[in-house]
Design a protein around this ligand. Sequence first.
Ligand code: NAD
Length: 252
Amino acid sequence: MVAGLAGKRVIVTGAATGIGRACALRLLDAGAHVALWDRNVEALGDTLNAVADRSATALAVEVDVSRADSVSAAFSRTVAAFGGVDAAFNNAGIGAPSLPIEAIDEADYDAVLGVNLKGVWLCMREQIRHFKAHGGGVIVNNASVAGLVALATQAAYCAAKHGVIGLTKVAAVEGAAAGIRVNAICPGAVQTPILAHLEKAGIDQQVLASMSPQNRIADPREIAEVVQFLLSEASSFITGAAVPVDGGWSAQ
Ligand code: NAD
C-alpha cells in the first residue's frame, strides 16, 4: 500500500465510469474517503454498488463540472459530508468528434473546452481556496497524451488538454508556498467508454494500440496506480509535472 492516503478525503470527478471509476476504487482500497462526482447518476450508482462492501466512505455527488454553480454546490456538499477535502483527481472529460480543424462545429468546440478545460479550472478554484485556508492539499488533473502532442482531427480536445497542463503548472507554482502540489497525468489510449468516439469515426482499436511502442491499450487500473502515487506523500517533491502514462507514445 502507498503510504499517506488512509483517512484522506479525496474528490474524484468523472468517477462513474472508466479511469475515474478505477481510481475511486483504488483510493477506497487505500483507505481514503472518496467523493465520487459525476453527472451520470445512474452509472454512479453502479460504482457505489461496487464499493458497498468496503469500509472506507464513498459519497456520490451529482455535478456538472462545466458549471460554476454546480461545482460550488458539489464542493459544499462534500465538505459538509467529510468535514473537509485533502486531495482531488480532476478527471471528468468528454470526447470530441473526429474532424479537421476547419470543420469543427462551434457548439462541439465549446462543449469540449467547457468540460475538459473550464471544468478543471472550476474544480481547482474550489479546491485551492479550500486548501489555502486549511494548510495545503494535493491535486492531480487528467490531461492526455493529447496535451503533449498533436492528434490530427482532435483540435478542440488537444487544445483543452494542452490547456489543462498549463493550468496545472500555474497552480503548482502559485500553490507551492501554501503546501499545495498540483500535477497532471497524460494517458495514452485507455480501455474506457470514451474510446467509442474514435471508433465511431472509424479508428479501430488496433490503430489506437499501435500509437504506443507497447502496441496495446491500457487498462484503467494502470492509470489508477499513477494517480494514487501522485496523490500520496510518496510523490512529495513532484509538482507542476505532466506525467506521460502512455506506453511510450509521446517518446517517439
Ligand atoms: P469515460 O467516458 O469513461 O469517463 C468520463 C466520465 O466523466 C464519465 O463518467 C462522465 O459521465 C463524466 N463526465 C463527463 N462530463 C461531465 C460533466 N460535465 N460533469 C461531470 N461529469 C462528467 O472516459 P475516460 O476515458 O475514463 O475519461 C476520463 C478522463 O480521461 C477524461 O478527461 C479523458 O479526456 C481522459 N483521457 C482518456 C483517455 C482514454 O483513452 N480513455 C486517454 C487520455 C485521457
